[in-house]
Design a protein around this ligand. Structure first.
Ligand code: PLP
Length: 421
């Protein structure tokens, strides 16, 4: 409320003034001789004076039962809490090498046309993705990042009480969507810091899962399985179970990681993104490749205008510049080596990685790793860590440019000393 109401000598009220109850407290309004006249134009405020004015939102029972959690707290929120910007942003597995300049030019051109909605069929980008992978556009759906597509897929396949399988500590946004549609999540442990395909398939059979989540390469551990192992996992899917193969980091993985899977195989849907190797995390473009009947299903639930013109143009240009992706791959590999070396120099153990981050074993339990992470954040280095034991003995450091890694090299010894103190 503004300072000074009717009772404190403000300008005399006209009966055409805004409703006095919206502006002043009840005693102030009563002290205003013209207030009753103005109130007559706002009967709902008169009603409101005699009883409760607002009812709480009438959530569905499912929505009301959900915990008030978000899968990730963004670095911007952390910067606001810290009151300063991070010196090195190495926590969200973005590409600090950026997108190809050709994508930036294409997005700049598209920006002038942003008064138009994007093509709701995403026709050209779907065609380009299909050609890139040697499949047909009917096998491709494009969405608002893998995160958006995860939500659509879960909405299509998972109803209240349906069984879903993932690994304990795997990508949490998937779990968030499963909870959001009332699915029953079953988790199997990692084995030797890798997702365990045999245990995932066994659990799927045991609980009659409709959907199994498997990321290869994996986040948060950075580890991976070879293509033959993934192919065996597809074969091991029980009748009626769909394997969701999250290949967010496949662009950066070594040869022999990505299996040949027919796009028309109804047992598997694979997901890719422009957020990692292509350096367009802020654009929100991902895609899924799968059998046409499942892919067509997305049209029933997706936000048809979810992909703007700028996003479609940027992704098209990025896909078209594979030489840029190759150069990013080399930089990612060099940066992984640099992070691993810094970790070892500080007495920590870097895990092998097929991604754009290195997960570093801090050698003690979760409390120590959390203390290291907090000390890094406090000193301006944004990193994240796995949320579940025993994975939470590690911190996860995204690759970056030389200047970002130099900040890490400077700050990590200080953070370890602070955590040990
Ligand atoms: C395994 C995995 N899947 C999906 C995503 C999200 O991808 P997108 O940016 O396309 O939503 C991430 C991002 O970190 C990831 O690590």
């Amino acid at each position: 409320m503004q300072q000074g109401g009717a009772a404190q000598g403000r300008e005399p009220r006209s009966w055409l003034d805004p409703c006095p109850l919206a502006e002043g407290s009840l005693p102030e309004v009563l002290a205003d001789p013209l207030a009753p006249l103005a109130l007559l134009r706002y009967p709902r405020f008169l009603v409101g004076m005699t009883g409760p004015r607002f009812t709480p939102p009438r959530f569905t029972p499912l929505a009301a039962s959900l915990p008030a959690t978000v899968p990730f707290v963004g670095p911007e929120a952390q910067e606001r809490a810290l009151g300063r910007a991070f010196r090195a942003r190495l926590g969200a597995n973005e590409s600090l090498f950026g997108p190809t300049p050709r994508a930036i030019e294409a997005m700049a051109r598209a920006a002038a046309e942003a008064w138009m909605y994007g093509d709701p069929e995403v026709h050209d980008l779907r065609a380009a993705i299909a050609a890139h992978h040697g499949v047909t556009p009917a096998n491709v759906v494009v969405g608002e990042g893998i995160d958006g597509l995860l939500g659509y897929l879960v909405r299509l396949l998972v109803g209240a009480g349906d069984a879903v399988v993932t690994s304990a500590g795997a990508y949490p946004t998937f779990n968030f969507h499963v909870a959001g549609y009332g699915g029953m999540l079953h988790r199997v442990p990692y084995r030797d810091d890798r997702e365990d395909p045999v245990a995932l398939a066994a659990k799927a059979a045991e609980v009659g899962a409709k959907l199994v989540y498997f990321a290869n390469p994996d986040n948060p551990m950075g580890t991976w399985h070879d293509a033959a192992t993934v192919a065996r996992l597809v074969e091991a899917m029980p009748e009626g179970t769909v394997l969701l193969l999250d290949e967010a980091y496949a662009d950066l993985a070594p040869a022999g990681t990505v299996p040949e899977i027919s796009a028309d195989d109804p047992r598997v849907i694979r997901m890719r993104t422009f957020s990692k190797g292509y350096g367009l995390a802020g654009l929100r473009v991902g895609y899924a490749i799968g059998a046409a009947p499942l892919i067509q299903g997305f049209d029933k639930v997706r936000n048809h205008f979810g992909l703007g013109r700028v996003a479609q143009a940027g992704a098209m240009a990025a896909l078209d510049d594979q030489a840029w992706l190759d150069s990013v791959k080399r930089k990612v590999a060099d940066s992984r080596d640099a992070i691993a070396r810094i970790a070892r120099e500080n007495g920590l153990v870097p895990l092998p990685s097929a991604t754009n981050f290195v997960t570093v074993d801090c050698g003690q339990g979760g409390d120590f790793a959390r203390a290291v992470l907090a000390a890094l954040v406090e000193r301006g280095v944004f990193v994240r860590m796995p949320g579940v034991a025993p994975l939470d003995r590690c911190i996860r450091i995204s690759v970056g440019r030389d200047e970002d890694i130099a900040v890490l090299a400077e700050v990590l010894p200080q953070a370890l000393a602070a955590a040990r103190a």
